[in-house]
Design a protein around this ligand. Sequence first.
Ligand code: ATP
Ligand code: MG
Length: 375
Amino acid sequence: MKTKLKKIEAIIRQEMDSTGAQELLLPALQPLELWHKSGRDDLMGEVMIRFNDRRGRQICLGPTHEEVITELVRESVSSYKQLPLILYQIQTKFRDELRPRFGVVRSCEFIMKDAYSFDRDQAGLDKNYQAMFEAYKRILTRCGLRFLSIQADPGVMGGSESAEFMVPGESGEDVVWYCKNCGFAKGLTEEGLSSKQIPCPSCKGKMEPLNTIEVGHVFKLGTKYSQALGGRFLDEHGNLQPMVMGCYGIGVSRLVAAVIEQNNDKEGIIWPKEISPYKAVITVLDVTDKENLDAANSLYESLKKERVEVLLDDRDERAGVKFKDADLIGIYLQIIVGKASGAKGGLELRLRSSKEKIFVKKEEALKKIKELLVV
Ligand code: ATP
Ligand code: MG
């Protein structure tokens, strides 16, 4: 069984790889000197964790990796023939946040997927930015999320254009103005603005504030870092040019929280199919009933052979307790083996999301379960 975190990482890897991006792993320990060169040492302020090593060199724990990746690419790319290039990693970031909250939503150590694109020119960057934007939409959709994207302020990253991917959720800290009518969204936070005062360009609808969680951020960086750190290449005419860069982050650990925030009911979590830590749980209603226990065991073995991630609840507990637990941990599909359905020569399947009950004959169970679990 892969944890939900690993499942989200797997989705991200697939979608990054499908754009042609290449995975690497950068050091978390970074020389502060690189941050002096980019001019961001001061800008990062208290958020960046700094210390000296035994030789007295100034080190920081990477809050992000624009400096380090630019240094790496500077050393290994010299010609236009090696471009374009998209590199990404899934790694722990460190930020001494002023207000850490809600566990993994805002923590001082968290997992991020960060990607960086390197191009010869603006047209190349525009293309890669678009490809990343589309990949982000696919990632969030596969994670079972409703989301919106808004134009954002590039802030401390610098650069020209940037967009944030926001997941509506009650606990979200970022207020976005949103039009239910046409879906237009804007990241306005100025106080005192009433919804009527904000024009919605594409329709006559009223904009309303919506609490959201930022899960992803894409930036067109341009040449800010390549200029500062010497990330240049020789173009086809033999001229030295700065690489045109973009950077693209997704909060992997924060995504887990966002998925739960949007997929739950009063009974517990409702894991979307692709993320459910186990895809199915076999609940044996009465373990003292030898016939049903044997049937459940044999189904469990068959499903494992088919590489279905399945859990067997053969605890000697009341049926109600087992149902409650299965609902609470939110496994996508519940397979119920009990007297009533057993007498009819079958089993009951229950989808956590819709509570829909499906009766299947024993000999068709395996096929039907696999059908329900296909993504
Ligand atoms: P925020 O505005 O929430 O502080 P940010 O804009 O500083 O985030 P980015 O630098 O854009 O964050 O990082 C990319 C992604 O990493 C964010 O979209 C978010 O999902 C995630 N992230 C950022 N900071 C944290 C944190 N402290 N804990 C967990 N996830 C984080
Ligand atoms: Mg951001």
